[in-house]
Design a protein around this ligand. Structure first.
Ligand code: SF4
Ligand code: SF4
Length: 142
């Protein structure tokens, strides 16, 4: 069966509600070495300071951003903007066009309860969704 996003156009328009940047103790923002370096350089911080202040390792060894005390991403500003927007990780750049969300109608509709931009606004070009899906799949293999 074809992936859901190939069966019908998907609509999306971000309202900047910031909900996808809320980890709520359940989600993590994963980043690889290159993404970590780009953010560190963007913030012009030393490696040690950046690692201690902004990164943590999960039990399995994955590198993730720490959450603020309110369980939101440490880089989420109070106005809903991202402090590291130009260098944000792929996970953030590709949301909500993750394979596990756009391949299934059920998953896409379920995610719309979290992200109010889903099913809002204009149809998204299929090529854009495909690029996100492929980038996520490539990331998983690296
Ligand atoms: S949850 Fe959806 S609408 Fe809200 S900021 Fe994230 S992408 Fe935009
Ligand atoms: S890095 Fe930016 S876009 Fe990604 S979760 Fe944090 S605040 Fe949101």
């Amino acid at each position: 069966m074809q992936p859901f996003y190939l069966q019908q156009p998907l609509r999306f328009s971000c309202t900047r509600c910031g909900e996808c940047c809320a980890t709520a103790g359940e989600y993590y923002v994963y980043l690889n070495q290159g993404e970590s370096e780009r953010i560190r350089e963007y913030l012009q911080l030393s490696r040690g300071w950046f690692r201690r202040r902004y990164l943590r390792r999960l039990e399995e060894g994955e590198r993730v951003l720490v959450s603020a005390a309110d369980e939101r991403c440490i880089f989420l500003n109070s106005d809903g903007s991202c402090r590291v927007y130009p260098v944000r990780p792929l996970q953030c750049r590709s949301y909500p066009f993750w394979p596990e969300l756009v391949n299934s109608a059920t998953a896409w509709q379920r995610e719309s309860r979290r992200c109010e931009g889903i099913n809002r606004g204009p149809e998204v070009a299929r090529g854009k969704i495909e690029r996100c899906v492929q980038a996520c799949q490539q990331y998983e293999q690296d």
